[in-house]
Design a protein around this ligand. Structure first.
Ligand SMILES: CC(=O)SCCNC(=O)CCNC(=O)[C@H](O)C(C)(C)COP(=O)(O)OP(=O)(O)OC[C@H]1O[C@@H](n2cnc3c(N)ncnc32)[C@H](O)[C@@H]1OP(=O)(O)O
Length: 144
């Protein structure tokens, strides 16, 4: 059974850091500096559990006047079950709950389809190949 929990405050984010480390550092060979940054002090973080096991996370930050979703990750063995989509939906709903009219995300083009499923639209493409995507308002419906 899938359940969710919210975490805030750097001192409470150990679990989020563990999942980020497994995916971004151990699997994708990214620098350990990617695990945490200054935004963690005031970000909203959702953790997804499959039964008792924490298997995915993502966060909502406020940066340059925008509500932004980032650092979404699901442990590799749990992917393809719409958990990534559920994380995005939870984060958009959180943004709307705290007053956002728009929610943004900057992502690699390979994840564009995933975000489109939740109603995001591409607004610009950066020279580094990442795109800025925007979701107006709240999420409706349900995960695919
Ligand atoms: C702004 C961001 O944070 S973008 C995400 C950055 N995170 C990462 O790169 C971490 C590594 N990736 C992951 O942890 C996972 O692949 C996630 C979190 C992006 C998706 O998790 P999942 O639980 O598999 O997502 P979910 O099952 O809801 O959707 C899968 C969809 O993601 C997309 N997708 C997932 N992984 C990949 C991949 N490696 N390459 C291309 N597309 C992918 C596909 O569109 C797929 O949809 P489809 O099966 O209908 O074609």
């Amino acid at each position: 059974m899938v359940s969710t929990k919210w975490f805030q405050g750097t001192e409470n984010l150990e679990l989020c850091f563990e999942i980020r480390k497994s995916v971004f550092c151990d699997e994708l060979n990214m620098s350990s500096e990617f695990i945490s940054d200054i935004y963690d002090g005031f970000s909203f973080n959702v953790v997804l559990y499959e039964d008792e096991k924490a298997v995915g996370t993502g966060r909502l930050i406020f940066s340059d006047g925008k509500y932004l979703i980032d650092k979404i990750c699901v442990l590799s063995e749990y992917r393809g079950n719409s958990l990534g989509e559920l994380i995005i939906r939870m984060l958009v709903r959180k943004a709307v709950t705290i007053g956002a009219k728009q929610t943004y995300s900057v992502l690699d083009l390979k994840y564009k389809r995933l975000f489109e499923k939740v109603g995001f639209k591409e607004t610009s493409l950066n020279s580094d190949g990442n795109c800025l995507m925007l979701k107006e308002g709240d999420v409706g419906g349900h995960c695919s």
